[in-house]
Design a protein around this ligand. Structure first.
Ligand code: CTP
Ligand code: MG
Length: 219
């Protein structure tokens, strides 16, 4: 069955602080959304791409993206946007969820996630070791704990799933998660990790945007 990639791109980009929603900010002449979609097609392992965008940018996305790309309107939270994308992927057997904000993700990483799914894994996420020590804190900022760094990983996208498992997670689990695997975990299902890539970093802040443009040789 088809491999469908959902690309959440309906966020506002508050932390980036540009005048347009983040996914439509340009990197070397192409929007982050175009970079992300191009990477998915370049991987050679994705059959259909569904992008999820803010309502006022549907026409802009239509003009910028290949005709085969399905465009749907997102929602308030990221989970609302992914849910809208999933509803448009009725024939999917395998689903990738890939943030537009990870515009420079290597196609080889996308292919590795799909290879794990074809090998029978039902939930696969790319991760990298955490560099900084991480503390938990209370509302006043007092430290409440220090989880052992060796057990921590920073999570990237694309996250890959058996489509029926992800549909069940979105149907049965209430509330928000900052990633899709978080919902699958709450079903009690096993999530496997694979080694991520530095280029799959999320462009979140002006610093990240400067890094992305530098990597592309754009000054
Ligand atoms: N996203 C989405 N719908 C939302 C919120 C986020 O589709 N309601 C998407 C973003 O467009 C992005 C990805 O989810 O590609 C990861 O979210 P994040 O990096 O937090 O982007 P924004 O929410 O746009 O940024 P910020 O949180 O700084 O406003
Ligand atoms: Mg956000």
């Amino acid at each position: 069955g088809p491999v469908v990639a959902l690309v959440p791109a309906a966020g506002r980009g508050v932390r980036l602080g540009e005048s347009i929603p983040k996914a439509f900010v340009e990197l070397a002449g192409r929007s982050m959304l175009c970079w992300a979609v191009d990477g998915l097609f370049e991987s050679g392992v994705v059959d259909t791409v569904v992008v999820i965008v803010p309502e006022e940018l549907v026409d802009r996305a239509r003009a910028d993206l290949p005709d085969s790309v399905v465009i749907v309107v997102g929602g308030k939270e990221r989970t609302d946007s992914v849910r809208a994308g999933l509803a448009a992927a009725t024939d999917a057997e395998l689903v990738l969820v890939h943030d537009a904000a990870r515009a420079l993700t290597p196609p080889s990483l996308i292919a590795r996630v799909v290879a794990e799914l074809h090998a029978g894994r039902t939930a696969v996420i790319p991760v990298v070791p955490v560099i900084d020590t991480i503390k938990t804190v209370d509302v006043l900022g007092a430290v409440t704990g220090t989880p052992p760094r060796s057990e921590l990983r920073a999570v990237q996208t694309p996250q890959g799933f058996d489509a029926n498992l992800l549909r069940r997670a979105y149907r049965d689990i209430d509330g928000d998660a900052t990633d899709d695997a978080g919902l699958v975990e709450r079903l009690g299902e096993r999530v496997r990790t694979i080694v991520g890539e530095p280029e799959a970093f999320k462009i979140t802040t002006p610093w990240d945007l400067a890094l992305a443009r530098t990597l592309l040789g754009q000054t």
